[in-house]
Write a protein that binds this ligand. Structure first.
Ligand SMILES: C[S@@+](CC[C@H](N)C(=O)[O-])C[C@H]1O[C@@H](n2cnc3c(N)ncnc32)[C@H](O)[C@@H]1O
Length: 252
């Protein structure tokens, strides 16, 4: 049912998981037990592809800020941000030099946004005004209806949504991708993550744990969201566990 071979994971250069092997057979229930910091969450997040998709996003945050130069702050928006751990980790490890960044986190859960603010705030203070994090407590349905505050935001250099669109049927996913693309600045980058469709069974461990149902999507299904948009570039790529497919769309 679930097999893991030689799983290694790193936070930056620090190795936190060393050659983990795991096997869970059908009808077996397995508990993961360990002290705080032993690596229980890192193991589950790595198996589910969550940690690696977060790393892809974090690398792109760094790239976009670097590319933006120092003319103005890079504007970065996360939809369905949850606790925005990638922003926290980026700010904790970043040396912005003379670059500036403005992050906008959107989530329908106030508690997720409060947590994100609590975690990012000390790092924001350390940047001495070079980074800002603002939150919008709203649903993507407001975005689709054109209500909510998205319309008042300036065009964004990077918009990403990972861990949300997997729950949406194709018509809504397509409409949302289109709306996010419209919110990009010229040359801006849209990244959308979705669980990958494979020929083999690819049930995400969280589906067992939480009883959520996800849409698994292929390259063609995600590229189809860019129909009629005329982007400079649209491609998908798998993160290293191959569980999560990421759509990259660059606006002209
Ligand atoms: C699985 S989490 C993903 C969090 C984060 N992006 C990540 O990759 O770890 C999904 C997030 O989407 C948010 N969400 C769910 N429905 C939403 C909606 N209708 N509008 C905005 N956010 C929503 C949830 O509150 C949750 O924080």
């Amino acid at each position: 049912m679930l097999r893991v071979h030689s799983l290694n994971a790193f936070y930056d250069r620090t190795q936190v998981l060393h050659d983990i092997n795991l096997r869970v057979d059908e009808r077996e229930i397995v508990g993961l037990v360990g002290a705080n910091g032993a690596g229980k969450s890192s193991t589950l997040l790595s198996i589910a592809g969550i940690k690696t998709r977060m790393e892809v996003v974090r690398n792109n945050i760094a790239k976009v800020i670097q590319e933006k130069g120092n003319a103005r702050a890079a504007r970065i928006l996360s939809l369905g941000s949850g606790p925005a751990r990638e922003v926290e980790l980026f700010l904790a490890g970043a040396s912005l030099k003379n670059r500036r960044a403005e992050f906008t986190l959107i989530d329908q859960e106030q508690s997720a946004l409060s947590y994100a603010v609590e975690k990012t705030y000390p790092h924001v203070l350390n940047t001495k005004g070079q980074a800002r994090v603002q939150c919008l407590n709203m649903s993507f349905t407001d975005i689709l209806r054109g209500t909510g505050s998205l319309a008042s935001l300036p065009p964004q250099d990077l918009i990403y949504s990972v861990g949300l669109i997997d729950y949406l049927a194709d018509r809504r996913a397509h409409a949302l991708a289109r709306r996010l693309y419209e919110t990009l600045a010229p040359g801006g980058l849209l990244i959308i993550g979705n669980m990958n469709e494979t020929a083999l069974s690819n049930l995400w461990p969280m589906e067992f744990i939480t009883d959520w149902t996800l849409y698994y999507r292929s390259d063609a299904q995600m590229i189809a969201w860019t129909e009629g948009l005329d982007p400079e570039m649209a491609r998908t790529e798998l993160e290293s566990t191959e569980r999560v497919r990421l759509l990259f769309v660059r606006k002209r």
